[in-house]
Design a protein around this ligand. Structure first.
Ligand code: NAD
Length: 338
């Protein structure tokens, strides 16, 4: 029917993208989802377990920076909206190999915008609160504040946002942006702090905590993040940006303790390691604008972290092969200096 949405979900085999696909198919049975993913190390077909036979899901293995492929897929599938999750997403990787971040996060977003413009598609950009840079307490950033990204990852996400905004101003393309806070949940690649700590705790390995562990983060559950993106897709104002977060904070040390407590592991496993260069001390966003659309998070950071951690002991089938495979080399280089 004319009311059927056909969403191109880029990065739909990643952590948040796959949960968004699951979330949307469960709630909008009339719509179709087209996943476009390049299947980098972080993109895993297992993340869509249980959905591959779904009649309203299709998959294309492609690169968002490949204009010809993106245009062909959008045309063939009669896509009506693009939801862009595809990204290189790990700050530590962006310090080691930053150019890949510009290619996927900036050029890739630009290609998607260009296809959206020429085919007349709705466009949503999944961005991050890291674009604001370090936020001194007790301030909170609103959507009107200046962007001061401090890592190559954050800079590439900020650059992408500027292109999104330019397409709204110049071409009146129907765009929206969400700036989500640090997200936790099932199927998160173990390079990120929560699954790294949870799987280390389950393996009896030390938890490498950067610096003093007093960095403050607004940890949000992935289901809350997906609900916010869905709300903005339906009700967001064209051209508008929405912060997404719980409005509460938790330190990385508290996160480590909550993970250990949830998994009944030894608190002595916490091991302080040298801090990440340019590590932002604090992220904090004001979510009043999203609140006005009717969004409230279901979980506080403490609840989100405990709930997310509890998934890992039940799902060793998912993370054990990752930890035993190529991830090991990264881990050794990053945390064991070899
Ligand atoms: P992820 O690394 O788990 O997933 C990224 C996905 O993008 C993978 O499936 C990967 O294969 C795919 N991808 C990478 N390069 C691609 C390319 N060139 N073409 C097509 N696909 C490609 O990341 P995530 O944590 O799920 O993050 C998803 C989005 O949400 C990102 O845009 C990220 O910036 C944003 N975000 C993440 C968080 C967080 O805490 N994880 C918070 C706020 C915003």
């Amino acid at each position: 029917t004319s009311e059927q949405n056909v969403l191109l979900v880029t990065g739909g085999c990643g952590f948040i993208g796959s949960q968004f696909v699951r979330w949307w198919l469960g709630r909008e049975p009339g719509d179709r989802i087209v996943v476009l993913d390049h299947l980098t190390y972080a993109g895993r077909v297992e993340n869509l377990t249980g959905l591959w036979e779904h009649p309203h899901l299709s998959f294309h293995h492609a690169d968002v920076a490949d204009e010809e492929a993106v245009r062909r897929i959008c045309t063939e599938e009669a896509v009506t909206a693009i939801v862009n999750f595809a990204a290189e997403s790990h700050v530590d990787q962006s310090i080691v190999s930053p150019l890949a971040f510009t290619r996927t996060n900036v050029l890739g977003t630009h290609v998607l915008l260009e296809v959206a413009r020429t085919l007349g598609l709705r466009f949503h950009q999944v961005s991050t609160d890291e674009v604001y840079g370090d936020v001194p307490a007790p301030q909170r950033r609103t959507e009107r504040d200046v962007l001061v990204p401090r890592s190559p990852y954050a800079a590439s996400k900020a650059a992408a946002e500027h292109l999104v905004q330019a397409y709204f101003e110049t071409y009146a393309l129907h765009v929206t942006v969400t700036r989500g806070s640090n997200t936790v949940g099932p199927y998160q690649y173990p390079e990120k702090v929560l699954p790294l700590f949870a799987t280390n705790a389950l393996l009896g390995h030390p938890l490498p905590l950067y610096g003093d562990g007093h960095q403050q983060r607004d940890y949000m559950h992935v289901d809350d993040h997906c609900a916010a993106i869905a709300l903005v897709l339906r009700r967001g104002q064209p051209g508008e940006i929405y912060n997404v977060g719980t409005g509460c904070e938790m330190s990385n040390l508290e996160l480590a303790r909550t993970v250990l407590d949830t998994l009944h592991a030894d608190p002595a496993l916490i091991q302080h390691v040298a801090d990440r260069p340019g590590h932002d001390r604090r992220y904090a966003v004001d979510t009043a604008r999203l609140g006005a659309l009717g969004w409230t998070p279901r979980f506080t950071p403490d609840q989100a972290v405990a709930r997310a951690a509890a998934w890992y002991p039940e799902n060793r089938w998912w993370w054990e092969p990752i930890r035993a495979g190529a991830f090991r080399a990264f881990y050794r280089q990053q945390y064991e200096g070899r």
